[in-house]
Structure formats: C-alpha cells, structure tokens
Design a protein around this ligand. Structure first.
Ligand SMILES: [Zn+2]
Length: 473
C-alpha cells in the first residue's frame, strides 16, 4: 500500500460567501485527511477557489470592482475557514494562480494534439447559476431546477468543443472495472446511467469579447476557456503537474464533492484525464445537500446560513460534531439550529464533557497519581478503521460516542464516589481514564481541539480539573 495519500475538495465558486454546504464538504475532507495522517501516511490535502467565469465577472462589475480585486477579497474569505473550522489542508490553489493558468493551457494543448478539441458554431441554453449548458431534459418549466429564479441565457457563438462523446465506451469500461469508483453506490448508478444514455460534446471556450474573465485559449486570442474546463485541472496543477515528482507520487487521489458535481467530477473530468493520457481519479465521494430547517436553501428564500456567525456562536468543534455526527455523510440532510443545540447538550456537554469533568474531579480529589499509558485497544481501533476505510464517517464518529457512553455507564454502575475501599476506587477511576485516553486519539480525527485537550489532561502526571470542554448551552 502506498504511503502517500492525496485528497481534494471541489473548489468553491467565489461569487458569494462560504456556505454551510461547502463547510460540510471541507470538514469531511479534513476528517479523511486527518485519518490518513493517523495511519502514518504522508498526506496532501488540497482546496482553493474557482475564480473564472461569467458569474464572477458580473458580480465584480455589479460591485464596481476590478475582477481580480474582487477575487482576491472573496478568496480570502474562503482561506479564513482554515482557522475558523480548524482545517488541516496544506494546499490552497486559486484558479487565477499563474501555475494553474499555465497548467490549464498545457492540458488544453495535449487534448487538442490528441484530436479531442474542435471548433463549432452552436446555440445553447445556459444557466449562469451553474455555469453549465442545459439540455431540454434537464429543465423544469424551461428553467434550471437548481436556479429557478434565473432566466436561462442563450449562448450563440462559435466555440471550441471537447469530444466527450468519444469517451463514452472508455468511461463505461472504466466504471465496470472499478466497482467502488463513486461512493455511495446510488450516485454511481446515477452517473453510469447518465453516461450510458449518451454523451454530448461540451463547449469549452467563450468568445473573449463577450466574456473576458478566463484562461486564454492557447493559439487563439479571441477565446478564453470555459470556467469548468480550467477549474477541474486544479486537482493536478496544485500538485505541480505536468512536471513534478509530487504529481507522480500523489496522483491519482481521492476527490470529494457535492451531488451537484457528480457529472463534472466523475464523468467530465475523468474523460479529460483520459484524453490527456493521465490516470483517472482514485475515487469520488459524493455528498448530499443540506436544507435549512426543512427548507431548501436559496437566495430567493433569503434563508442562507451565516457560517461565520454560527461558528462564533458555537465554536468550530460543536459545528464539526453536529455536521459529522447528526447529519448523514452521503444523503441529503437538514441543518437546524435547535437540533444543533440538542445534540450539543446531549453528546458534548452531557456526554463527553461531563465524563471528562467528573473523571478528572474524582481523580484530583483522590490525589491519585495514575501515569496513564496510552494503549489503544486493538478491537476498538479495528472497528473504527473498518468504518473509516469505507469512508463511513457518520458511523465512525457515532461509534466513538458509543464508547464514550460505555465509559459513562461504567462509571455510573461502579459509582466510585461511593466506594470506601481506596484501592478499588483507584482501579475504577484508572480503568475509566485509560479508556478515555485510548479513544482521544481517534476523537481528535473529528474534533482536533477536543482530542488534544483530553490527551494532555489525562496524560498529565497529575490529572486535574480543567475548564469545561463543552459548557452547557
Ligand atoms: Zn443552474
């Protein structure tokens, strides 16, 4: 097994502030990256910002800003998430970065040399919200179902096209050889039947005079690249492709994305990789969408969640815990602040917080010197790994909290505070404390701050009371 592991999120489009859906995606990616580091692997974890295209160009114009200045501001807002959500990514690529622009042009050239790019006059319905062409079968009431408040635009021009249709058989053969390529299985089935139904070549450039904000097409000054074509290439440009040892060492990697990205990540991008003679991605994990209190989150409803406000109110550990444990990893889920509070009080304040507090209090009162050895229980680690290796994140974190509950139950059952035999009392406390220390390493994969605090509190020479991990709300 390779000792190198590469994971990347999709690059969020920076026409608006980071939203809760992207927070959920990058937190899940963070957990997977931390897990692989825990396994002792060398990990590259990539994220960044997607900065080209019509939507961004228009947004900057609306604000009266130079487009690059607007991108710089928005990109920073996404970079801020690293600290706010305690993320461990080590690459942040912007599609306006020079090395990315050069890689995109090189990639284009290779696809063109392989006969997969041609020019054609066409007219198509286009959703600026998705930055995607829409076929009639994808529309509802002649509107994009994801952006029902936007008028579709008609693009009528001569552009370059990518020969997606040429890769239909190759993609189908690849899917059938790689049974777990897209996870979960129902998303894999969805993309398989989409590809099977026939692929249409898609346009990969725009007339510069109508839309100047893109990577220049090599050898044709009148055109810039279509935003999706250049953006997808970030997954390899961030590794220094075409000429780097790092790319050779780390590609192919694991990609995570929301369900609106299924087609782009698992079919468009894979065909592009095939065209350029590169290996397809290792695996694509597709996550569901979040609703807000049961309602679809949309601009027209004005019900988007202020992520930064939420973090300042509850802290990143609580947000991480809630998104990972109370909401399905792959299915659509609902974000609810009242549910967040419930989960926080039940699992964090009363569960883990109460356990660590009462344990530390009792040990300090007894003036026990325990010097706990970290001795992970093989069985727990094994069960945990089994879930994590299949990227069942919600089950894995809930499995850990079952262990927390077990320790709490053990303490209640043994009631060391009633025990008069000092030796017996010490043994009960020591048993419980070791169990807690043993899972704190695993907990830190999900809640890095909490895991660290537990470890240092219970590994100390003298275990002492500390500030409450999770004060009750
Ligand atoms: Zn749309």
């Amino acid at each position: 097994m390779s000792n190198k592991f590469y994971i990347t999120t999709t690059l969020p489009y920076i026409n608006s502030e980071p939203h809760i859906g992207f927070a959920a995606e990058i937190i899940k990616a963070d957990v997977i990256a931390r897990y692989h580091r825990f396994l002792g692997k060398e990990v590259i974890f990539n994220t960044g910002t997607d900065e080209h295209g019509l939507k961004i160009h228009r947004k900057a114009q609306e604000k009266g800003l130079d487009t690059q200045v607007f991108c710089d501001q928005m990109s920073q807002s996404f970079k801020d998430l690293k600290e706010l959500l305690n993320l461990s990514y080590d690459r942040f690529i912007r599609t306006t970065d020079k090395n990315h622009v050069e890689a995109a042009q090189k990639f284009w050239q290779i696809c063109a040399d392989n006969g997969d790019i041609y020019k054609k006059k066409y007219a198509v319905k286009y959703c600026v919200g998705c930055e995607l062409e829409k076929t009639e079968s994808e529309l509802e009431d002649d509107r994009c179902p994801l952006h029902p408040n936007l008028e579709l635009e008609i693009i009528e021009e001569e552009n370059y096209f990518f020969r997606w249709s040429k890769y239909q058989d190759k993609l189908e053969a690849f899917y059938s050889k790689n049974s777990g390529f897209v996870q979960p299985g129902f998303r894999f089935n969805e993309i398989k039947s989409f590809v099977k139904s026939g692929l249409r070549d898609f346009s990969i450039s725009r007339l510069r005079e109508k839309m100047p904000w893109g990577v220049p097409v090599p050898g044709d000054n009148s055109q810039v690249m279509y935003v999706w074509f250049d953006a997808l290439i970030n997954y390899i440009s961030t590794l220094g492709w075409p000429e780097s040892q790092e790319f050779k060492d780390f590609w192919p990697g694991l990609q995570v994305a929301g369900k609106d990205n299924l087609k782009q990540q698992s079919a468009m991008w894979q065909a592009m990789l095939m065209s350029s003679g590169l290996k397809p991605s290792d695996k694509v994990l597709i996550f569901g969408f979040l609703t807000n209190e049961g309602q679809k989150i949309s601009k027209s409803l004005g019900n988007s969640i202020d992520l930064k406000e939420l973090i300042s109110k509850y802290g990143s550990e609580a947000i991480r815990y809630y998104l990972l444990s109370a909401i399905s990893t792959y299915n659509d889920g609902d974000f609810s602040e009242s549910r967040l509070k419930e989960v926080y009080n039940a699992d964090l304040a009363n569960g883990l917080g109460n356990l660590s507090a009462r344990l530390a209090n009792l040990i300090e009162k007894e003036e026990l010197s325990l010097k706990l050895e970290f001795n992970p229980k093989a069985e727990i680690t094994l069960n945990f790994k089994r879930l994590m290796d299949e990227y069942k994140l919600q089950e894995a974190i809930n499995f850990l909290w079952q262990e927390v509950d077990k320790i709490n139950e053990y303490l209640s059952r043994e009631a060391p505070w009633k025990e008069t035999d000092k030796e017996k009392k010490a043994l009960i406390l020591k048993t419980a404390a070791i169990q807690l220390v043993n899972i704190s390493d695993l907990i830190s994969i999900f809640l890095p701050e909490t895991g660290k605090k537990l470890f240092s509190q219970f590994k100390a020479e003298k275990i002492k009371k500390a500030e409450s991990l999770f004060p009750r709300l």
